[in-house]
Design a protein around this ligand. Structure first.
Ligand code: SF4
Length: 394
């Protein structure tokens, strides 16, 4: 059986970023202890719940990822409780990749020390911009100096792998200021970078302001879609020149430093999501994908342990996923592997989609492999939508 990846959502933030509409918020500190209680309960009951859904839960865990929200806001005791609970239910391999997302300026010394004790070997910092005014405009609380200092603190603590997140398209960003952020990132000498094109949720504060033509949150200064695309492409070539090779639409790494946890999502390996608005994909005895998710409201989540409904995917849905998740990776989709897993239908059913995408210069073939072109990466959501076939008539 394949090893499992464990994702834990920690939805607590010190302030709400203007563009964000994740299931995260500035909740009372007291709810953090109750939240850890709830995670412990869900870990204890996962095997019996999975059995009810006819899904199997691998015992061996080789990646753990605490995302958010801001997991670095957990106290040392909460961090220890959470990892102890995971280790009670699973065998965590000694070489497991264990990542914690942190907000720069929001990592106490004691919490950092407890992360090291818990085996954390990778930190992902949500920097978004090294230009102080840009970070401030979106509600971020750190400066460039604080972010760089935290990278050093993490290194000094003995944590070897560091990812820095940047966002292209923040209000007021220009090609020059974007270049400065990229230079700072490369200068920090980290082994991983994630670059996202700004997607403003309509229900975020910034999204509502943009929708109504308002002036708050620097809404009029959000760069155009074309300017954002240019920044993204500039990042791809700049990072590549500096040894951070693109392996997924938004992810870049030095050789061997690709995120093993995130690769599970794109290769459809099993993962268990715990906490608010967390998604899981396990396998049934017969090998079918079983997906389930938790709700995205904190109070109902705390009040109803073990919630969530599971769904077993049809073979057609699995093929669709295999295509659009596989195409996220620069190495693309291997047709021989697809046929080995799904038979001739894996390519046959999607032939016209593939022909159209190639005509539109959105995908390209190299031998038996197909991957997104540069244009395809820029328009990836449109590409992926085309793989959603009409449900098969039975
Ligand atoms: S830190 Fe992350 S999760 Fe929290 S408000 Fe900002 S973008 Fe959203």
């Amino acid at each position: 059986m394949e090893s499992l990846g464990v994702y834990v959502s920690i939805p607590f933030c010190k302030s709400k970023c203007t563009y964000c509409n994740f299931a995260s918020g500035v909740f009372p500190l007291a709810s953090m202890d109750r939240y850890i209680d709830r995670l412990e309960e869900d870990l204890r009951s996962i095997r019996s719940r999975a059995a009810g859904w006819k899904a199997t839960v691998p015992e061996i865990v080789d990646t753990i990822y605490l995302g958010g929200g801001t997991p670095s806001l957990l106290s040392p005791q909460q961090m220890q409780r959470l990892f102890a609970a995971i280790r009670r239910e699973f065998v965590v391999l000694p070489g497991a990749e264990i990542t914690v997302e942190c907000a720069p300026g929001q990592v106490e010394d004691a919490t950092l020390a407890s992360m090291v004790e818990c085996g954390v070997n990778r930190i992902s910092f949500g920097v978004q911009s090294f230009v102080d005014a840009e970070a401030k405009h979106t509600g971020r609380l750190h400066t460039c100096e604080v972010a760089l200092r935290d990278v050093e603190r993490v290194r000094d603590a003995g944590i070897p792998h560091i990812n820095l997140d940047l966002i292209a398209g923040l209000p007021g960003q220009t090609p020059d200021s974007w270049r400065r952020s990229l230079e700072m990132l490369v200068g920090a000498n980290v082994d991983h970078a994630s670059v996202y094109m700004l997607e403003v949720d309509d229900d975020s504060r910034l999204g509502r302001e943009m929708g109504s033509g308002g002036l708050k949150y620097y809404a009029p200064h959000v760069p155009s879609d074309d300017a954002i695309a240019e920044m993204y492409l500039a990042a791809c070539s700049f990072l590549e020149q500096h040894g951070l090779n693109q392996y997924e639409i938004s992810n870049f790494a030095r050789a061997g430093a690709e995120s093993r946890h995130n690769l599970k999502y794109w290769t459809r390996a099993p993962y268990l999501g715990l906490g608010l608005d967390a998604h899981s994909m396990l396998r049934s005895e017969g090998g079918a994908a079983v997906r389930f998710a938790t709700g995205d409201e904190l109070q109902p989540f705390l009040d109803t342990p073990g919630g969530g409904e599971a769904r077993t995917l049809s073979s057609q849905e699995e093929m669709e996923e295999a295509w659009f998740l596989g195409l996220r990776l620069n190495r693309g989709v291997d047709l021989a592997a697809m046929r080995a897993e799904f038979g001739a239908a894996a390519t046959g059913e999607f032939e016209s989609v593939l022909v159209d995408l190639e005509c539109d210069s959105l995908i390209a073939w190299i031998g038996d492999r197909v991957s997104l072109t540069e244009r395809g990466r820029l328009m990836s959501n449109e590409v992926f939508a085309r793989f959603l076939l009409e449900p098969a008539v039975s």
